[in-house]
Every structure is written in C-alpha cells, then in structure tokens.
Design a protein around this ligand. Structure first.
Ligand code: TYD
Length: 225
C-alpha cells in the first residue's frame, strides 16, 4: 500500500494476547532504514513500550558469525545458492532464539531487514526461483510473520548518492551493479503490491523528520498498544 496521510492504513491487527509486535524495515541499501529505525524505537521507548532492535543477518552469536561469512570481501567465490541458504539460516536462528521469546514476553521487535530482503535481493536481484525462496522463507520464519513492514522506497540514483558518503564501510554485498539494485527495488515494490495490508510503501526521498513522523503514526494507529 502506498502511504497516503489522508487515508487510514489497513493494518488494524490489535491482538488480544499480551504478544508483542514484529515490525520490519526494508529497502535497498542507502534507503535510510537505520536512521528511521533509531527514531521509531526512541519514540516507542518514550511511550513506555518495551522495544528490541535487531538486524539481519545477525542478532544472535550464530547469526553474527554467518554475517561475517556473508560480508567478507575475500569470499568473492560465494555462489548464489550458498548466499541464499546462509541468509535463511541466520533468520531461522534469530526467530527461534530471540524474536519468538521476545514476542511472547510482550516486546515490540523492530527488525532491520527480514524475509522480504531475501525475496527482493535473492529473488529479484539474483533472479533465483521465487517459489523456492517463498518455501525457504516459510521454513526460516516458521509462521512468525511481521505485523507490519515499512518499505523505504527510493530511486536507485538517490540511494547511490547517499551511499557515496559511506565508502569506508564497503563489504562484499556493497559491490552490486546498478541493474541489480534496480531489480531489487522493483522487486520490493511488487512484493508490496502482492501484500498491501502488511507492506506499507513510504517515500524515502522526503525529509527525514517528516518521514519519521509518518512512520510513527502508522505504527501507533495500526498496531495499537
Ligand atoms: P548490511 O551491511 O546490513 O546492509 P544495510 O545496512 O543496507 O542493511 O548488509 C546486508 C546486505 O545483505 C544488504 O546488501 C542486503 C543483503 N541481504 C540480502 O541480500 N538478503 C537477505 O536476506 C538479507 C537479510 C540481506
């Protein structure tokens, strides 16, 4: 669903149980996820909500070890299938070790990337079989779907301009082509079209504070407390 501040969002899934909420952020590299996650988590904490911020791949000792393998610049020979399985493996561990127990305890979990990253990057970017990716994602998350996913949508050229400023933290996955980024961006948009109740498309080119304000309202109104 494309966010429009004049229309109510359709994510009214206020649960009766004390279960927390799973909020995921998605977008191509340079779309500003990290900044927006920091702003949202700070505001939720201010409102007295227990929050945990996680990143993918990572978030557990096993996941961080997998992350190092995935991002290592020396691993130029990693095939696409290995990459896919490693992302899925890190996710399976994160869900069972951290996310599910946190949700049970009423925490709100904000995840920097989750299963849609695999669908967009490995499915559309690398063009691996989407049905196979769907099955693998299902295995990894085991029914633990996000309550809401914020997709920070930004033209590839704008994302590249932002990334130029952080040349220092380049890793193996930061060397993808513009065509790859474009396929990934379009992939995200298609995923959002297919699941408009869960995935909210936000215009990430707009001013940071305004965007943060919109996201906060979507989350509070859509997910309740
Ligand atoms: P990271 O440094 O965390 O990038 P960002 O700060 O932009 O999130 O590296 C994660 C990289 O891994 C990023 O380029 C996206 C990619 N990725 C996939 O290709 N598939 C996945 O399933 C996930 C979780 C990430």
């Amino acid at each position: 669903m494309m966010y429009n501040e004049n229309e109510p969002t359709d994510i009214q899934r206020v649960s009766a149980s004390p279960r927390g909420r799973l909020i995921t952020f998605e977008g191509i590299d340079g779309s500003g996820k990290t900044t927006q996650i920091e702003k949202l988590s700070a505001r939720l904490v201010q409102s007295g909500i227990p929050v945990r911020v996680l990143r993918e791949p990572g978030g557990t000792a096993i996941g961080e070890a997998i992350r190092r393998i995935l991002l290592d610049k020396a691993h130029t020979g990693m095939c696409m299938e290995t990459e896919l399985l490693l992302f899925a493996a890190a996710r399976a561990q994160l869900v069972r070790e951290v996310i599910l127990p946190d949700l049970e305890n009423g925490k709100w979990v904000i995840c920097d990337r989750f299963l849609d990253s695999t669908a967009a990057y490995q499915g559309y970017g690398r063009q691996l079989d989407p049905d196979m990716i769907r099955s693998l994602n299902q295995l990894a998350v085991g029914g633990c779907w996000p309550d809401v996913t914020i997709l920070l949508d930004l033209p590839v050229q704008a994302a590249l301009a932002r990334l130029l400023g952080r040349q220092d933290k380049q890793d193996r996955l930061d060397h993808e082509s513009v065509a790859f980024m474009e396929r990934t961006r379009q992939g995200y948009r298609q995923l959002a079209q297919a699941d408009p109740d869960r995935i909210i498309v936000m215009d990430a080119a707009q001013q940071e504070t305004e965007l943060a304000e919109q996201i906060y309202h979507i989350i509070r109104e859509g997910l309740g407390t």
